[in-house]
Design a protein around this ligand. Structure first.
Ligand code: NDP
Ligand code: BG6
Length: 444
């Protein structure tokens, strides 16, 4: 499978020759008025459309949310983002794509809205089914987890695929999956009562990032790393996420969860698992999952003195954030793994919003060379850095001889910057890869 353990596929979905099903496909983005939908989901759908993965004769896209806006208002929001500062796309393609988009307004717990949604989807299915074909319905929950149970109940009751000719209904749910163990287990059982496991896709989009996908290859396909990746050689590992913007109107969601549940418990912990776990038996999702579980089970309880929390100045000025909020927007947490490979090596996880730059990276810092003969005043440490974003790269910091007549040392890098090394290769956005995995052909 292309991307992994973050989701799984229905056994019946793929034929042996790895050809995707055809037929009518309805993609329903619930929470279409929100930040995720605007910044990630619709742009990913647009890029899939441009690459031919969403054939217009088969596909329709529905936005659903409580906000009362028209089809055109939703389209204008999407257009604004796609043509705006953060992305630049050919405007004719955007216009063609937007013809596939429709908006339905309704609440997340009332029959009325979901009956209307079902009616709209059914009309689209009838209009696209000039020949007899199966119908596929993909519900993408771009919503706070607190509404997943009611939304799933509504989908189950009113919006399932009803075609006699086959097809499916699937739901995609976002992180954070609950707020703590109890709520995650409750959520799991609530959704599990409504859908079979192969119908449920739990997304952590960090697993779709190119360099996160590369971690298994790097670690287990390179002889270099095999003998070094342990407590004998590694001093510490830092996994860092920083963003140069704050909540930007998302306070309603963010304030209830905070930076640990928003970023560390899911995105950084997934990266942590891939860095620290043992080699899986194979690349099968369940084998990778098993190794992740083992390493997580070896993490010692976190000590209070190894946690730092903070909140950026101005956070409470966001009108969607309560005036007295003490929700953290910054956190550093040290994880310690009690096993043979990692005993004594701190894994430092850091995440913060509204900082001075946007970056996500893994820094593996090696121990000093024992018995230094170069008498460097400050011996440069070997460091292996994997930059997930922006500008994907990995580089190794080495100590080398300073070029020239003298025998002195200097720090330098072996640098693999993707833009330079893979010129002309388009690196897909995480969400393109993951959404495609929920319905499309598996990359060979
Ligand atoms: P938003 O705060 O933008 O919420 C999305 C939509 O949900 C809103 O437009 C609103 O729609 C509705 N909504 C918001 N709060 C509530 C509430 N308390 N009860 C019911 N409905 C509500 O959040 P995001 O879009 O940023 O995030 C949604 C999910 O996606 C979260 O689980 C988040 O972790 C995840 N995510 C977000 C990313 C991002 O970059 N934003 C990236 C990766 C994951 P309306 O009022 O119109 O119904
Ligand atoms: C989401 C968080 O999961 O990830 C957001 O909810 C955050 O708060 C986003 O902004 C960051 O994603 P990326 O891919 O832009 O690093």
């Amino acid at each position: 499978m292309g991307s992994s353990e973050w989701s799984h596929r229905s056994d019946s979905f793929w034929s042996n020759d790895n050809v995707a099903e055809t037929g009518c496909l309805s993609i329903i983005v619930l929470g279409a008025s929100g930040d995720l939908a605007k910044k990630k989901t619709f742009p990913a759908l647009f890029h899939l459309y441009c690459q031919g993965f969403l054939p217009p004769n088969e596909v329709h896209i529905f936005g659903y949310a409580r906000t009362k806006i028209s089809d055109d208002e939703l389209r204008n929001r999407i257009r604004g983002y796609l043509l705006g500062e953060r992305s630049s796309s050919p405007s004719e393609d955007v216009s063609e794509f937007l013809k596939l988009v429709k908006y339905v307004s309704g609440s997340y717990d009332s029959a009325e809205g979901f009956q209307l949604l079902d009616k709209e989807i059914a009309m689209h299915e009838i209009s696209k089914s000039s020949q007899e074909v199966s119908c596929r319905r993909l519900f993408y929950l771009a919503l706070p987890p607190s509404v997943y149970p009611s939304v799933c109940r509504m989908i189950r009751k009113y919006c399932m695929n009803k075609s006699d000719l086959g097809g499916w209904t699937r739901v995609v749910v976002e992180k954070p999956f609950g707020k703590d163990l109890d709520s995650a287990e409750l959520l799991s059982s609530q959704i599990g009562e409504l859908f079979d496991e192969p119908q449920i896709y739990r997304i952590d989009h960090y697993l779709g990032k190119e360099l996160v996908q590369n971690l298994l290859v790097l670690r287990f396909a390179n002889r270099f790393f095999l003998p070094l990746w342990n407590r004998d050689n590694i001093d510490n590992v830092q996994i860092v996420f920083r963003e140069d913007f704050g909540t930007e109107g998302r306070g309603g969601y963010f304030d209830e969860y905070g930076i640990i549940r928003d970023i560390i418990q899911n995105h950084l912990l997934q990266v942590f698992c891939l860095v620290a776990m043992e080699k899986p038996v194979s690349l099968k999702p369940e084998h990778i999952r098993d190794e992740k579980v083992k390493v997580l089970q070896s993490v010692l309880p976190i000590k209070d003195e190894e946690v730092v929390l903070g909140q950026y100045e101005g956070y409470r000025d966001d009108p969607t954030v309560p005036d007295q909020s003490n929700t953290p927007t910054f956190a550093t947490v040290i994880l310690r793994i009690h096993n043979e490979r990692w005993e004594g090596v701190p894994f430092i996880l850091k995440a913060g919003k509204a900082l001075n730059s946007r970056k996500a990276e893994i820094r593996v810092q090696f121990k000093d060379v024992p018995g230094d003969i170069f008498k460097c005043e400050k011996q440069g440490r070997n460091e292996f850095v994997i930059r997930l974003q922006p500008s994907e790269a990995m580089y190794m910091k080495l100590t080398v001889k300073q070029p020239g007549l003298e025998m002195s040392t200097v720090q330098s890098e072996l640098d693999l910057s993707y833009k330079q090394r893979y010129q002309g290769v388009m690196i897909p956005e995480a969400y393109e890869r993951l959404i495609l995995d929920t319905y499309g052909p598996c990359p060979s």
